[in-house]
Design a protein around this ligand. Sequence first.
Ligand SMILES: Nc1ncnc2c1ncn2[C@@H]1O[C@H](COP(=O)(O)OP(=O)(O)OP(=O)(O)O)[C@@H](O)[C@H]1O
Ligand SMILES: [Mg+2]
Length: 250
Amino acid sequence: MTTIVVSGKGGTGKTNVAALIVRIISERKVTLAIDADPDTNLAGALGASIRKTVGDIREGFLDEKDKLPPETDKQAHFEYRLMGIIEEGDRFDILAMGRPEGPGCYCYVNNVLRAIIERLEGNYEVVVIDTEAGLEHLSRRTVRDIDILLVVTDTSRRGLETADRIRKLANELNIRVKQIYVVANKVRDEKDREKLKNMAEEMDLELIGFIPFDEELAELDLDGKPLTQLKDSSPAFKAVKEIVERLNIM
Ligand SMILES: Nc1ncnc2c1ncn2[C@@H]1O[C@H](COP(=O)(O)OP(=O)(O)OP(=O)(O)O)[C@@H](O)[C@H]1O
Ligand SMILES: [Mg+2]
């Protein structure tokens, strides 16, 4: 199973990029989309709906865990509940994490969650995880190994600086990241491309592709329509398709 994590600074286009990646990869591979942003936007972008999140299950589980009969296998009980909230679509399945930890220690449940992601390995060929902005999601360590970490940036220097921080944090936390690439999104012209290329080189970051600013995509998003309606001929779709091809997992 190949794990692809999409991260980056706020508002750079993570969710849209993740949704397009899921759309493209799921044409050929058995794919699980995980929405790890508490704001849960990925399902909407993919035209799917979420009934319950891991957060919902987790809350209930923490409340009742001590009330279960002592002989109950609590981990199995939680796993069973979690499996039940994976939404199954024709093309891909989707799981939403929901709220991150509240007060109290959720380490136990996070560990179970990580175990489950690992257990799902046999069921899917590719897992695509959309994350919230910033670095929080890495420190929660719900994924131990990342095959491909894509850091989406807009045309700002800060976007690339976030990429640099994400790379350092992954190292510090001992999260194994096999490949890390920057995806430049909302690119308007050649001047943008040149600048981004130079900045990435300067920071020793590998830029895997440019996604142009796409009016059609922006309009769909504005109207709250899923990206499944984005034409294959649209500039953003074509650019993401090229990026997926470069990842060499199809
Ligand atoms: N290639 C693009 N062309 C035009 N608009 C884009 C493009 N990519 C993203 N956008 C727009 O940028 C905004 C942010 O996109 P998106 O929600 O995917 O970002 P995000 O990084 O997931 O944000 P957040 O940090 O809030 O999760 C949206 O309004 C979206 O329509
Ligand atoms: Mg998002």
